[in-house]
Design a protein around this ligand. Sequence first.
Ligand code: NAD
Ligand code: AKB
Length: 319
Amino acid sequence: MSILVTGANGQIGSELVGTLSETDRVIASDLASPSSASRTTAPDGIVFEKLDVTDRDGLHAVTEKYGIHTIYHLASLLSVTGEKNPDRAWDVNVNGLKHVLDLARARGLKVFWPSSIAVFGRATPAGRAPQTTILDPSTIYGVTKVSGEFLCRYYCEHFGVDVRSLRYPGLISYRTPPGGGTTDYAVKILTAAAEGTPYECFVGPETQLPMMYMPDAIRAAIELMHANPGFISVRTSYNVSAVSFTVGQLIDAVRARVPDFDIAYRPDRRQRIADSWPRDVDDRRAREDWGWRPKFDLNAMVDDMLAHLAPERSSVPNA
Ligand code: NAD
Ligand code: AKB
């Protein structure tokens, strides 16, 4: 019995496969093999299958070939990439998910599927977005995530599919660059600081969004998947939060370690997307149901990112 990870070359998948493979046999899959995808590193010893999630028959074949019992379904177009090709975003994000859920229904598989803070929007109460609230997406990506959340709950309630989901905030990591989202600026700022290059930011200094460091994001997914099903009361998607900071606060944390870091601001269309998302999310339900607790705050995350991206800077005293 094995775990299939779709979209395995991406920002999350490239790290998740390594963690999952410590305890399970993992089959990584994506549109191209890790060696031909320029932005990824292939974890050693992981079986790789080229797989387009819009290809239902291909999904069935891989699942049967390896005796898959669980799918971590990560293949997706993110918010900025989705706006460039809304048809493709719908096909991959919604039809791909439906293929996975149909497969799970037919074969009794367990599924993890990430949603996003992109489900929220201008009509969502400002500040900390509640678990149950108005979903008002402004991007096709957000529209696919809202659709996906209700598709997951429908398959759980009507067909008994054990599908579990998290509404991730922006994720910050050093191994694989982010794949075309609005929250990418946080990784880009930290990468530029580590490289000693100036950065032109596509959102303004007051922009505040919820974020999470990748080790917390990976742990959240695995803890949710291991939780007793009786404790899972949300079958759309759980709010999970870790840190929330403005761009200005991130720059302050960076400059405490890299004093000469140079940033300029040129907000573009991504500012409107960022402005439509909440500054924070209320994750009490995840904490109560399955014990969610983040470990990394802003300073711990910046320290760890710089330690990996630029080890020579990690000796700079903390703020
Ligand atoms: P990513 O863009 O880095 O990776 C997505 C991967 O999916 C890519 O490797 C891409 O090649 C692959 N892919 C695209 N179309 C495919 C298809 N048709 N068939 C198979 N593979 C395909 O994304 P990520 O950041 O790793 O995100 C993974 C999941 O987590 C997505 O559902 C995303 O919406 C969600 N999420 C991510 C973040 C974040 O900040 N990274 C935040 C919230 C939610
Ligand atoms: C994006 O910005 O599109 C993603 C997300 C928050 O879903 N990082």
